[in-house]
Ligand binder design. Structure first.
Ligand code: CDP
Ligand code: CDP
Length: 225
């Protein structure tokens, strides 16, 4: 039996999951997988190809034609969609506006979860998303459930997107986060919910360094000497 360590991080939109996951991966030399980037890349493909979200045959064909890969460069994780680098485009608002609707489709979830479980089979891994501790890795050694004040989350995301999107407004971001959180927590399949054994991490008043220390204190007991 494989004895690799899996750290599952779930939580609301823009509450610091990927910041924490990347810092942990760097510190512990674990692999980091951003499962949200996978759903965003699928959404981008569906948008570009005008996939009819009510047509199951079209959805199945599209999923067969999507090949996602992660690679690291300059200490950053990049994602490719059929060999095209899409790491920046998947963060744009036209993708953010549609991703939760597409991520709620049964076939999309089945395909992504299968790939995610394969990635965590034999390697030490940190994965963040919405259903990692509940569905993808219910036996993960460490589960964190992250949250933060919605206004603070919107302000943080606004600061991040403004330099490349000067026309964006704080209100637009706040509404997008609220809408996605609503869709993600109320969908039928794999809704965002805290696994019973997940540790809550509210980082409203925590810096990235402070949240890192909190998470490390829960992971260290599982690390070999
Ligand atoms: O970074 P942000 O919190 O804005 O979102 P993300 O992690 O990039 O995820 C984008 C969307 O993908 C979420 O709003 C969910 O609808 C979906 N998602 C999901 O359904 N399951 C996951 N494991 C990860 C993301
Ligand atoms: O992955 P997720 O969507 O949950 O959030 P993120 O992309 O890690 O964080 C959203 C923004 O909040 C980033 O600009 C982070 O630098 C910032 N952040 C922060 O200011 N303080 C924290 N404790 C965590 C994240």
């Amino acid at each position: 039996m494989s004895n690799n360590i899996v750290v599952a991080i779930d939580g609301y939109s823009s509450c610091g999951k990927s910041t924490l996951a990347k810092a942990l991966a760097k510190k512990l030399h674990f692999i980091y997988v951003d499962s949200g980037a996978m759903y965003r890349a699928v959404a981008l493909y569906f948008l570009r190809n005008n996939i009819d979200l009510t047509n199951h045959e079209q959805i199945a064909d599209a999923l067969n034609n999507i090949h996602l890969n992660f690679h690291s460069r300059d200490y950053k994780t990049h994602i490719t969609l059929n060999d095209e680098e899409v790491s920046d485009e998947i963060r744009q608002m036209h993708v953010a506006d549609k991703v939760s609707t597409i991520a709620a489709i049964h076939e999309v979830r089945v395909a992504m979860v299968k790939q995610q479980q394969r990635m965590g089979k034999s390697k030490n891994i940190i994965m963040d998303g919405r259903d990692i501790g509940t569905v993808v890795f219910p036996n993960a050694q460490v589960k964190l459930f992250m949250t933060a004040d919605p206004k603070i989350r919107a302000e943080r995301r606004y600061k991040e997107l403004l330099p490349t999107n000067p026309e964006i407004t704080l209100e637009e971001i706040f509404d997008n986060l609220a809408h996605r959180d609503y869709q993600d927590t109320t969908r039928k399949e794999s809704p965002l919910t805290r696994a019973e054994d997940a540790i809550i991490l509210d980082n409203t008043d925590l810096s990235p360094d402070e949240q890192l220390l909190f998470a490390l204190s829960h992971i260290e007991p599982f690390l070999a000497d």
